[in-house]
Design a protein. Sequence first.
Length: 330
Amino acid sequence: MSGGVTVIVPVWNRRDLLARFLGGLRAQTYPIAEAVVVDDGSLDGSAELAESLGSRVVRMGAHGGFAKAVNRGIRESRTPLVAIVNNDVDLAPDWLEKLAAAIEPGVWFATGRILQAAAPDRIDATYDALCRGGTPWRLGHGRQDGPAFREPRQIWSAPFTAALFRAALFQQAGMLDERFESYLEDVDFGLRCALAGCAGRYAPDAVAWHQGSATLGRWHQESTRRMARNQVFLVAKHYSGRLLWRYAWPILVAQALWGLVALRHGAGWPWVLGKVEGFRRFGELRNVPAHKGVAETLYASEREIHRVQRQSGSDLYWTLYFLLTAGGAK
């Protein structure tokens, strides 16, 4: 697809990462109309640095979260394609070119093979899937890179770590839900894409490298709290009353197992706080009419998790989840 692209970079501090990213952006082989840096209340001069390097800066004023920053960037763009990329990502020079080529007629978005910056032989992300219990998996995360992750395929949910979208998709499926603030807002968006029939493409030849959790760090109390809360938000927003009853056991298993993982990483209390907030605001999220395709979408998504787990080696979390819930959405 031609017409240029706007690259949207939401940032919250870490100007060192931003300088590296913007420097690497100049090497892209696909025409970039504009780089829009959405400064989400940084206090370290990130906005001034971006301006000095030639980017257009949109200042949010105060920290409002990833979803709000991305939405503002989308509204500021004027091209048929928008790329959304974190500032802790390094892109192969042909990353945009490969993804643009993947957006053929009928394809609404594309994402590539994202490797771990600290261990480039391992997968950081490919695409997302959501189980019936309301917890997602970034398929392949932590796995050895190899043939299993180098096959193009149709997908429904792309990580907003680094992905390319038709701008019109955000009119079709809606903007990011700003109530999620940060974390899992892309999973919510992917579920809405699936329900709207807006398919994407996994293009593994488009390669990027991700540092991961560079702003707050892995299992930071705030990130754990938000993730725990937003898992509840996903269930509240998309599961009808009938589906809540039908999937009560998978929901309990998935959420409780994730709590045990948080506890093992010293983040048990933030997990509790996140769940409390999620349940307290449960009713706030139940203002979207239930879609009859949610169950079918979740079954297909869970089967994909099961397939990749069996193919590439199973994590203890998913081993226990599938064991306790009859496995693989059978």
